[in-house]
Write a protein that binds this ligand. Structure first.
Ligand code: PLP
Length: 340
C-alpha cells in the first residue's frame, strides 16, 4: 500500500523507538520531565524565542494560542483556507468564543494590504473587536506554499499599529524552512506565538510545540491544563522530537523533490485541470469539470495507492509525500500516473 493521504501516517523508525525507550522522564505536570524541558528549550532557541511548551496535538497548540490572544466575542483574522477555521472541529468558537474574518488570496496566503482593511476600527463598537491575526506556513489547503519572510515584516507592523497578536500555525513550518533555506531565528522577530507539529514531516508518533514570548507561554500552562493536555512521563514522546530534529529535518528536501516530480507527471494528463506549483510536500490536483473523481480513485486504489480524496473539495485531490514514501514507492506511483 502506498499511502499519500498525509504526512501524519508515518511510523516511528526502530532508531527513533530506541531513543524513546532510553529517555529520562519525570512528571511533566510538576515540571519535572528533563527530556520535555530539553526539547522545549531546543525549539525555543531554534526560533530565537523565549519559551516553548509541549502539546499532544497541533490542534491543541493552536487552540491554546487563540485562547491566549483573545476574549470571548473577539475576532480573529485568518485566510479562508486556514486550518484553525476549517479543520479544528469548530474549536475556535467552542473554546474561545471568537468569530473569524476570513481573507482571500492565492495559495492560502493573503496580502498585507488587505489585512489592513479587514481590521475593525476599535471605537466602532457595533463590530467584533479584532484581536489576533493567524497565518499558516506552509499553507495546507493552499497547497504547501511558503510565505515570503518580507511579508511577515509588513504584517507584524500592521499588527503592532493596531495592537493585534500575531500567531503562526506552523504545523509544517519545517518544510518551509528547508524549502526556502530560511533562518528560523528570523521568525522570532515577528510572531508572538508559533505552533509546530512533530508528527508530520518530522515523523514523530505524537506531539506539537507552542513556542513564543514568555508572557504568552506562561499563560498557555493553565489553558493546556484546562484542555486536558497536561501529561505526565511524556519525555518518552519528547525524545522522539529530539531525535527527529537531528535526523529528519534536512531530509524533507527529499519529500519536496518527489512531490515536484509527481506534480509534473500529473500536469500533462487530460483529466487534470490544474496542479499547484509545488514548493514543499503537498500536491493539490484539480480535476477537469467533466471527470468523475471515482474513476480516478479506482485507478489508483486498484494499484493500492491512496490519496486524500475528499477534504480539499469536490474536484480536488491532495497528495502528501513523507518519510515512509520510499524511492521504490515513488517509481511505482509514477508508473501508475503514466498509465492514467
Ligand atoms: C495538521 C495541522 C494542524 C494540527 O493538526 P493535529 O492533527 O491536531 O496535530 C494544524 N494546522 C495545520 C495547517 C495542519 O496541517
Amino acid at each position: 500500500m502506498i499511502d499519500l493521504r498525509s504526512d501524519t501516517i508515518t511510523k516511528p523508525s526502530d532508531k527513533m523507538l530506541d531513543t524513546m525507550l532510553q529517555a529520562k522522564v519525570g512528571d511533566d505536570v510538576y515540571g519535572e520531565d528533563p527530556t520535555v524541558k530539553e526539547l522545549e528549550e531546543k525549539i525555543a532557541n531554534f526560533f530565537a524565542m523565549d519559551s516553548a511548551m509541549f502539546f499532544p496535538s497541533g490542534t491543541m497548540a493552536n487552540q491554546t494560542a487563540l485562547k491566549i490572544h483573545t476574549s470571548p466575542g473577539d475576532q480573529v483574522i485568518a485566510h479562508e483556507y486556514s486550518h484553525v477555521y476549517n479543520y479544528e472541529g469548530g474549536g475556535a468558537s467552542f473554546n474561545s468564543g471568537v468569530s473569524f474574518k476570513l481573507l482571500k488570496g492565492d495559495k492560502g496566503m493573503f496580502n498585507p494590504d488587505e489585512l489592513k482593511y479587514a481590521i475593525n476600527p476599535k471605537n466602532f463598537y457595533h463590530a467584533p473587536l479584532t484581536k489576533l491575526v493567524s497565518l499558516e506556513n506552509t499553507t495546507n489547503k493552499g497547497g504547501g506554499h511558503c510565505w515570503d519572510v518580507n511579508q511577515f515584516e509588513k504584517i507584524k507592523k500592521i499588527c503592532d499599529e493596531n495592537e493585534l497578536g500575531l500567531h503562526m500555525d506552523g504545523a509544517r513550518v519545517w518544510n518551509s524552512i528547508v524549502a526556502k533555506n530560511n533562518n528560523p531565528e528570523l521568525y522570532g522577530n515577528y510572531f508572538d506565538t508559533i505552533s509546530v507539529c512533530l508528527s508530520k514531516g518530522l515523523g514523530c508518533p505524537v506531539g506539537s510545540i507552542l513556542v513564543g514570548k514568555k508572557k504568552f507561554i506562561d499563560k498557555a500552562l493553565r489553558i493546556r491544563k484546562i484542555l486536558g493536555g497536561g501529561m505526565r512521563q511524556v519525555g518518552y514522546l519528547a525524545a522522539a522530537g529530539l531525535y527527529a530534529l537531528e535526523n529528519n529535518l534536512q531530509r524533507l528536501s527529499v519529500d519536496h523533490q518527489k512531490a515536484k516530480e509527481i506534480a509534473s507527471r500529473f500536469s500533462s494528463k487530460d483529466c487534470i485541470n490544474s496542479v499547484n506549483e509545488v514548493e514543499t510536500n503537498i500536491i493539490i490536483l484539480e480535476l477537469n469539470e467533466s471527470v468523475e473523481k471515482q474513476k480516478i480513485i479506482n485507478h489508483f486504489s486498484e494499484k493500492e495507492i491512496i490519496f486524500d480524496w475528499y477534504s480539499m473539495g469536490l474536484k480536488k485531490i491532495r497528495i502528501v509525500t513523507h518519510l515512509n514514501y520510499s524511492d521504490e514507492d515513488h517509481k511505482r506511483l509514477l508508473q501508475v500516473v503514466d498509465n492514467l
